[in-house]
Write a protein that binds this ligand. Structure first.
Ligand code: URA
Length: 234
């Protein structure tokens, strides 16, 4: 099995992240740094990632976490800020976040130890819809909503059609639901900025048809069989 797939199946990282780990010289095979990204793992090989031996896992874990603001979605943070991993108290096995949410964004984050599942879900070609509730500064006119719906240039990238629904309009801010189909870095914040309304609060309510619902902040639950099947097949 190809090394990136092996690392992904062991629940260490997605396949793409595994490629990065290899490129950064963090993967060792039988004691030597791996130089060949397409290496095929052989029976008896000892694989180490970041100095830890890779144990192949079999039981797959799929979780939905309500991420609070003030947590990063990486497994380890260079600035030593709290990570979403700190919230997972009794998970048997090592999971990692599927995609990411900004430090200042709250809401639904899916975690798994299934590297193939994570790879598929974050692959641009799947364009899984993600829904956010945002509070933005100022008034969001119909014309601005139409521009956001059509697709907007966020600096070298034009977003694909989005769903935009105003939930509540205050004199100085607007609550709005937005559903996007890509996962560019800080995409929602950039989209609203592009129409002149900065995001003040951002919360993800759904990934595809998986909803956060009433899950309390900082808490997590297992995805249901139906949710897992839906995400695997979408
Ligand atoms: N878009 C953003 O701007 N931030 C997020 O955390 C997610 C989507």
């Amino acid at each position: 099995m190809r090394i990136n797939k092996y690392i992904a199946q062991a629940g260490i990282a997605s396949r793409r992240k595994a490629d990065q780990l290899i490129a950064d010289g963090n993967v060792f095979v039988n004691g030597a740094v791996l130089k060949e990204p397409g290496y095929d793992v052989k029976e008896g090989d000892v694989i180490e990632v970041n100095g830890r031996k890779v144990e192949t896992q079999t039981k797959k874990i799929y979780l939905a976490l309500h991420k609070p603001v003030g947590f990063v979605t990486t497994v380890k943070d260079d600035l030593d800020r709290p990570t979403v991993m700190d919230l997972l108290t009794d998970v048997e096995g090592r999971v990692f976040p599927v995609g990411r949410l900004d430090y200042n964004t709250s809401g639904l984050l899916i975690l798994t130890n299934d590297g193939d599942f994570a790879y598929k879900l974050t692959h641009p070609k799947h364009e899984l819809p993600k829904t956010y509730r945002a509070r933005v500064a100022g008034v969001l006119s119909r014309e601005k909503c139409a521009r956001l719906r059509r697709g907007i240039d966020i600096g070298g990238f034009v977003t694909s059609p989005a769903k935009v629904e105003i939930i509540r309009a205050y004199p100085r801010s607007t609550i709005v639901d937005i559903t996007i189909h890509e996962g560019k870095n800080r995409q929602v914040r950039k989209m609203f900025k592009a129409v002149g309304n900065n995001v003040q609060e951002l919360h993800r309510t759904a990934v595809g048809n998986v909803r956060l619902g009433h899950l309390a902040e900082g808490h997590y639950r297992k995805l249901t069989r139906e949710e897992i099947d839906y995400l695997k097949n979408c």
